[in-house]
Design a protein around this ligand. Structure first.
Ligand code: PEP
Ligand code: MG
Length: 319
């Protein structure tokens, strides 16, 4: 049946009861965009731009960044490209970006906190993104947002660069929801953001207080924990106040087992590892959203990730 999945991989994806779900690709290395297109990605839902910035002596300039973003946009043939602004910090040091020593870098200067401390670095990246053609194909996603003020500050820089380039068409600006406060305050963020994208890798780490890199705790780091799922529900609830779409771009978006729960909670976009896209789309086509909503409601009442996984396995035994 894999062959069938490949044949239908390029078609739009709807649940069995007709609800449109977009399936995009997470990209983080050059060349992956071609694979993503071949696997049926409807665009890139998360471009991790760190690959352009790490392991070099100076930051990539505007033209170099533009060339790399344009390559990816071209490979995806006009489909949307969600470009995440640089997400580095104490754990991913850059020679040209001296940051103070931190005892706890995961709770320190990273993501948007670094960008707002180094606005020239951010402005250069925003200009490169704004120059990708066709205009509007790129969307901007900001990592580690924990307040509306941070997003407002990024929007102010974005608008200033847009004016400088003489661009008037709107460009979509989204917030990553990966800090618990962002999920809890999703209604406030959605007032400022055009879309929200949940980064379940960090959200799980922060809400469960489990270091995502600690091998001794790996078994506890489960994005289907009811504590995480309740924050997904809270995010969707907040986004709906302003009619904003919610995506998931963390690791659980690549797990077919998570899909019925995420869709049942109101997520309408999944951004996944390219290789899983054909099977993920095929599975979504078999799902009834009404049934997903029912099972997701039950999952929110369970007491552990294991219990959630058992519920999914008993409802969809083929998984
Ligand atoms: C996440 O935190 O879920 C995410 C998508 O970002 P990264 O894995 O790059 O931190
Ligand atoms: Mg993250």
């Amino acid at each position: 049946h894999r062959r069938v999945h490949l044949l239908t991989a390029h078609e739009d994806c709807r649940t069995a009861d007709g609800v449109r779900i977009e399936v995009l690709a997470n990209l983080g290395r050059p060349g992956e965009a071609v694979t993503a297109r071949d696997k049926g990605a409807e665009g890139c839902g998360l471009l991790r731009t760190e690959f352009l910035f790490l392991e070099r002596v100076r930051a990539p300039g505007e033209d170099e960044q533009l060339a790399r973003y344009q390559e990816i946009a071209d490979a995806l043939g006009g489909r949307p490209v969600v470009i995440r602004t640089l997400d580095v910090g104490g754990d991913k040091p850059l020679a040209y970006l001296p940051l103070p020593h931190e005892d706890n870098p995961v709770l320190g200067l990273r993501g948007v906190r670094v960008s707002l401390r180094e606005p020239e670095l951010l402005r250069t990246q925003l200009r490169a993104i704004l120059r990708v053609r066709p205009v509007g194909v790129c969307r901007i996603l900001v990592p580690m947002i924990s307040s509306r003020a941070e997003l407002r500050a990024v929007r102010a820089l974005l608008e200033s660069e847009q004016r400088a380039l003489g661009l008037t068409a709107p460009i979509l600006l989204g917030a990553m929801v990966e800090v618990p406060a962002a999920a809890v305050l999703a209604d406030q963020l959605a007032a400022e953001a055009d879309f929200l994208s949940i980064g379940t890798n960090d959200l799980t780490q922060y809400v469960l207080a489990v270091d995502r890199g600690n091998p001794h705790l790996a078994a506890r780091l489960d994005g289907l924990h009811p504590g995480v799922l309740r924050l997904v529900a809270k995010t969707v609830e907040g986004a709906r106040v302003h009619g904003r779409p919610v995506a998931v771009c963390g690791g659980v978006a690549s797990e077919p087992r998570a899909a019925p729960l995420l869709l049942g909670l109101g997520v309408t976009e999944l951004s996944a590892t390219p290789s899983v896209i054909p099977d993920l789309k095929a599975f979504i086509r078999t799902l009834s959203l009404a049934r997903c909503e029912q099972v997701a409601r039950e999952a929110l009442e369970l007491e552990s990730a294991e219990a959630v996984r058992a519920l999914v396995s008993s409802t969809w035994p083929g998984l």
